[in-house]
Every structure is written in C-alpha cells, then in structure tokens.
Design a protein around this ligand. Structure first.
Ligand SMILES: [Zn+2]
Length: 386
C-alpha cells in the first residue's frame, strides 16, 4: 500500500508523462506578435487593452508569467513587459519550438477553419512539433469559401458543395460547426427541405455577387451544412459556451441542442461539445444521458488559470470518464498550447490527488482515468488507429 506521498508522486509522474491527444487546437503564429496582436490573443475579447501589462492582469496572463516564463529562461512571475520583450528577442521560431515541445502533445487534431497566412497550417505544425497532425474541417468556412471562390452558383451549390465536402474530408478526422456564433444553439434541429435551402441560397448568392464575400449567417443554410456533415458520420465538434464577443452566451448552452443530440444519437454520429464554460455541468449531464456526446473544458482551463482545477473537477461530476477529452483550443500563441497542457496536467493531478488521498478513488483508477482523458478517449471517439 503506497503512502500518500508516494501516490501523489506516482500520479504526478504519470500525468506529466502522458503524450496528450489534443482533440481541438489550432496553429501557432509564424512571426513575432505586435503588442496589440499578443494582447488580443491572450483574451477572447477583441477590445484592445491599453497596455501589455493590462492585458496580462488576468488569470491567463498570470499563468503565462508563472509557467511559460521559466520555459523561456526567465524567472517565474517575471513582469509582463519583461516577458514580452524577451519573447521578441528570442524570436517566434524559438518560442514556438520551445513551448510546443514542452507541451508534450503526441497528436494534434488541428482545426483549420480559422486559418490565415499568419498561422502555421498542417505542414508547418508537423514540422514544428514532430507530432502526428490530423485535420478537422470547419463546415461553415468550407461552404462559404466554396460559394465565394469556386464559381458555384445558387442552382448547383447543393450538389457541388456536397462534392467538395466529401473531397475535403478524405483523410480528415472530424468536422466542426460554429453555429453557436452565427445563429445560437436554439436553432431548429430538423433538416431543412431542399426547397427551403434553394430559397435561402438566392439572397446569399446575390450578396456574394455584389460584394464578392458574404458571411454564412442564414439559419436554414447553417442547418443545411450541419446536416450535410451529419451524413458523413464523422464526429462533429460544436463550439459551446464562452467565446469572443460575436456570440450571445445565453444561446450557447449545450442543453439547447438536446433535440439535435437525440437525432444524431440514432444515427451514431459523435457530438463533441467544445469548451462549454460556464456550462460544463450541463455538458456533463448530456454526456451521461446520450451515447454520442463527448466534452472537453479546453479554453476554459487556460482562461481560468489558477481556478482551472475547479472547472476540471466539475467536468468530472456527471460525465462518464470515457466521454471526457483533453483539448487546449490554443490559437496563435504557443503559450496557449503549452498552458493548455500544463494547467490540465496540474489541475487533473490536484483534483484526482485529493480523491485518492481521501480514499474515494484508488490510485490505479486515477492513473487509468488520466490516460483515458489525456489521450485514449479521443483516439477511440475519433476512431484513430493507435
Ligand atoms: Zn477552437
């Protein structure tokens, strides 16, 4: 029978050594950030803080100074200005490589819908990390870029976009929808009729004709692309909860999707509820009720910093342990990738350590569940060969 100290040490070593599978993550920036772009990337808000120091006066900012600074050769808790200055001196390639290596992610499920020239894509991330990189395709982005740039017309969009989706998903491991951002999650869960889709395509293509671009915002068309995705049977990630100021948070509660979850459960399509904060308990409920629901608390872990263990503990209340996945949801800054893993490892150790200490959980169960959440659950849920 190990003593508590031995158990805590064993748990720490085990959790720190897991090669994580990050089931929802994005690329990192290629070049050094400006103070403004850095400040924007360490908050979900697009309202510019007055200074780098102000941008760092948050849980995530404190966590960067605490955990990322030592990885880059600085003292823990170095000032925000010193951190930023030193980071620029080191240069983005060194910072990227150092922090991504320290993250210890063995497999990235990279969502490429929020790409852009400034962000490393699949090949760039593979080169930087040496890890296995899989792609997750964002449904709304693919449909919109097809409508805007392929020369498709309203009359051939249904067929041509279906072909494009099928072609693009060869080799992809999952799909993603940002319906929460565009229309809220209280949308009609049923599949729109062909006639409804054709009617909605007219005004959208007219807008594209006039402006070359037109955001996919029509609820009928968003439901259409989601159902086209469901047809493929791949896991579909949904943005849930906390995000940038584009969304109305009260419409991002996963309970609003209950009927769509019922429908997709019958079709055996996995629904991956991303982030979930502050609705992680609701997501846990859905994961317990429905066979096809999985969840993570990525993003929330980074932005709640020292409070992340509380969020991790809540994610472990109702959700069956094989339904909980690890994600960093990092975008742009490698600090966010590293922190996503560091705060996850620390938080999981803290939460499970207390349960083992109290005799509620055995050490072996804590070790087993850590591996499941850190990697195995994602490999199973996305049917990835191990
Ligand atoms: Zn994301």
């Amino acid at each position: 029978m190990p003593t508590f100290t031995d158990a805590a040490q064993t748990l720490k070593e085990h959790i720190d050594s897991i090669a994580l599978t990050d089931h929802h993550v994005h690329g990192v920036i290629r070049e050094n950030p400006t103070p403004e772009s850095f400040a924007h990337m360490i908050t979900e808000s697009d309202r510019t803080p007055r200074s780098i120091s102000e941008a760092f006066d948050t849980q995530v900012g404190f966590a960067v100074r605490r955990w990322c600074a030592p990885q880059l050769g600085m003292d823990a808790h170095v000032s925000a200005d010193e951190y930023f200055t030193r980071r620029l001196e080191l240069g983005s390639d060194t910072v990227n490589r150092t922090l991504l290596k320290a993250a210890g992610i063995g497999r990235y499920l990279l969502e490429t819908g929020l790409a852009g020239e400034e962000i490393h894509g699949l090949t760039g991330m593979a080169g930087l990390t040496g890890a296995h990189i899989d792609e997750v395709i964002r449904l709304e982005t693919l449909a919109q870029s097809h409508a805007e740039t392929s020369g498709a017309s309203a009359s051939d969009f249904i067929e041509s976009s279906r072909e494009i989706l099928r072609a693009r998903t060869i080799g992809a491991v999952g799909l993603k929808s940002i319906a929460a951002y565009r229309i809220g999650l209280d949308f009609d869960p049923t599949r729109p009729s062909k006639q409804e889709v054709v009617q909605a395509l007219g005004p959208w293509f007219k807008e594209i004709e006039q402006n070359q671009i037109a955001r996919l915002m029509d609820p009928v068309l968003i439901r259409h692309v989601i159902w086209e995705g469901i047809d493929l049977g791949l896991p579909i990630q949904f943005h849930i909860g906390y995000g940038d100021p584009d969304l109305n948070l009260h419409k991002c509660d996963p309970l609003l999707m209950t009927e769509l979850i019922r429908m997709t459960e019958k079709l055996n399509v996995p629904i991956m509820l991303l982030h979930n904060y502050p609705y992680q308990r609701n997501a846990g409920y859905l994961a317990q009720m429905f066979r096809n629901v999985f969840l993570d608390v990525g993003l929330a872990i980074n932005y709640t910093g020292a409070r992340a263990p509380a969020i991790i503990a809540e994610s472990l209340e109702l959700a069956p342990f094989h339904k909980i996945l690890f994600s960093s949801d990092a975008w742009g800054l490698p600090e966010l990738t590293y922190l996503g893993t560091k705060l996850f490892r620390n938080g999981l150790r803290e939460v499970l350590g207390v349960w083992v200490d109290k005799g509620e959980w055995s050490l072996n169960d804590a070790l087993r569940v850590s591996t499941m959440i850190g990697s195995e659950n994602a490999l199973t849920a996305y049917s990835l060969n191990k």
